[in-house]
Design a protein around this ligand. Structure first.
Ligand code: ATP
Ligand code: MG
Length: 241
């Protein structure tokens, strides 16, 4: 496990800062880095996405999967450089990460990880799952959460067979994207373990929020008010992209 403290960093007592607070620096995330350390079975939900910006659709999805599958935690992992979104300019990772933190901090079961952003280069879920699998003990089950639109593309993911072996998948319903029997059947003959969950439909998307801001329209209630304030203070999405 990596020690992320910079060489030479110490406090007045001469102790390593981690020792001083008897706390390890986070490797994956702030709150749940030690999940499973006591040996008891645990389940970690993983919410991947661009989160440009994060909105109530993401939050409600994560919360409903957490509840339905008894997840101990859900970690939001903003993509560094998403390969499926090369056709438009993505907001800087630091802003997307900050907005995820603001959106999730009031839920004690939620956390955010900068793992994909720090890795740099193109973002591949297989690398993320490998890192998580290496970090957490075997008693931690990894549950990757996707919406109906994202799960439909799962076979096109980089090293998809390897991805299938690293986590269990939960695909949630999303208004406007079919999750019908035909679509579900495509997973039966595949190496993926995918379960489907009907959630309360919210047809909100980051694209819609970006467009609304660029048109000078309100995004109130479509995301957490702290995220809305951040968008406003940092002048994000004013130009359509
Ligand atoms: P964009 O419009 O930029 O594609 P988005 O709203 O689809 O943004 P993403 O960051 O692309 O958000 O999605 C991250 C994950 O959240 C994906 O698995 C996606 O399917 C899921 N998701 C996003 N919005 C919803 C929603 N309203 N209901 C259910 N799942 C959602
Ligand atoms: Mg999307």
């Amino acid at each position: 496990m990596g020690d992320q403290t910079l060489a030479g960093e110490s406090n007045a007592s001469g102790m390593h800062p981690d020792q001083a607070t008897s706390r390890r620096m986070p490797v994956v995330c702030e709150r749940f880095d030690d999940l499973g350390a006591n040996g008891a079975p645990a389940r970690l939900g993983i919410m991947g996405g661009t989160f440009d910006p994060v909105h109530i659709g993401h939050l409600a999805c994560a919360e409903q999967v957490r509840e339905a599958y008894g997840l101990d935690a859900v970690v939001f992992i903003p993509a560094g450089n998403p390969v499926f979104k090369r056709d438009r300019d993505i907001t800087p990772a630091s802003d997307r990460l900050a907005m995820c933190r603001l959106a999730t901090e009031s839920n004690p079961a939620f956390d955010v990880s900068s793992l994909e952003i720090e890795r740099g280069g193109d973002t591949y879920t297989v690398d993320t799952l490998r890192e998580l699998r290496a970090h957490y003990p075997d008693n931690v089950e990894l549950v990757f959460i996707t919406g109906a639109d994202a799960v439909a593309k799962i076979f096109r993911w980089h090293e998809s067979e390897a991805v299938a072996g690293l986590a269990r998948f939960v695909a949630v319903t999303r208004p406007g994207y079919p999750l019908d029997d035909e679509m579900r059947a495509t997973f039966e003959e595949s190496p993926f373990t995918v379960e489907f969950l009907e959630i309360t439909g919210l047809s909100v998307s980051s694209s819609d929020l970006r467009r609304r801001v660029s048109e000078g329209k309100s995004i109130r209630y479509l995301t957490m008010s702290r995220v809305r304030d951040y968008v406003c203070e940092h002048g994000l999405y004013r130009k359509e992209h």
